[in-house]
Ligand binder design. Structure first.
Ligand code: SAM
Length: 277
């Protein structure tokens, strides 16, 4: 079955982007295919596996995911206007596609997968709505369910924060938590003009692959607390910013100079602090 172009689909359903849903669409399939291809580089193949896509909108990234060898693509879309348009993909890709109308911040991914008889493991791909991009990433990083990999389009500023090395201007809480829990890589930049309608800022695709050795949930909670305290007062020395969490004594336990600042501490050192707390 030949699908209409994404523009034709939008027109046929009388759909326009809505700002409140953070809608900036990718209507060039060459771009969405590139994202899916790069997401699978270095042995992170989707072959025979489930892909969850958050915010499919008109379905450009969805179509690219369906063109891969993924066994099933499950899309989670909050805007009810798109459900009918997306359901047409079911005809083109019978038994390989499902769409759920839901808020990705609230969905229980293992339950969604189990309801469809799918395995509990899945890769995530998304051109994220900018307004909820960071909370969604934090949910997938620190929550009870971990994706096999996350290939995510963010506004450039957030992408840079995820991959920022220690000492960098963009280095902060998001980078530490992401890099302690995942191998993180920026895959490609995309200018604002690649989207319809164009957002005010440029974007980039980041891939995060959760590490096999995952810290226990209480250590992850400690890490969240320590990074919040340390970067909440990033100009202060750690002995001051971490005062409420053990201050100098905690730093001495792991051999970190109390006069250093949050931006000088590597993700591995933050993990040691979280373990010592
Ligand atoms: N994937 C499409 C593309 O690349 O053209 C659309 C991307 S657009 C930046 C973000 C999409 O996420 C929109 O379809 C929007 O309706 C949807 N969305 C916004 N908030 C959401 C949420 N909380 N849960 C699920 N989808 C959401």
């Amino acid at each position: 079955m030949t699908l209409p172009s994404l523009r034709e689909s939008l027109e046929a359903h009388g759909l326009m982007a809505k700002k409140s849903f953070g809608q900036h669409f990718l209507l060039d399939l060459n771009v969405t295919r590139k994202i899916v291809r790069l997401g699978q580089d270095d042995g992170n193949s989707f072959d025979g596996q489930v892909v969850i896509e958050v915010g499919p909108g008109p379905g450009g990234l969805t179509r690219a995911a369906l063109e891969s060898e993924a066994a099933y693509v499950l899309a989670v879309e909050k805007d009810s206007r798109f459900i009918e348009l997306l359901s047409e993909l079911d005809t083109a890709y019978p038994d390989r596609f499902g769409v759920v109308e839901a808020d990705a911040l609230k969905v229980d991914e293992p339950a969604l997968l189990a309801e469809r008889g799918l395995p509990p493991q899945a890769h995530l791909v998304s051109n994220l709505p900018y307004n909820v991009g960071t909370p969604l990433l934090i949910k997938w990083l620190t929550g009870p369910w971990q994706p096999k990999s996350l290939t995510l389009m963010f506004q450039l500023e957030v992408a840079l924060r995820v991959v920022a090395p220690v000492g960098d201007d963009d280095y902060g809480r998001l980078g530490v938590i992401s890099q302690v829990l995942c191998d993180c890589e920026k895959l490609m930049d995309l200018p604002a003009r690649a989207f319809t309608p164009p957002p005010k800022v440029d974007s980039a695709v980041v891939r995060l692959i959760p590490k096999t050795q995952r810290p226990a949930p209480n250590i992850i909670r400690n890490l969240e607390m320590i990074t919040a305290a340390a970067f909440g007062q990033r100009r202060k020395m750690l002995r001051a910013s971490l005062k409420g969490l053990g201050g100098e004594a905690l730093l001495a336990k792991v051999g970190i100079e109390p006069t250093l600042r949050a931006e000088n501490i590597t993700p591995a050192e933050f993990l040691r602090l979280a373990e010592a707390l």
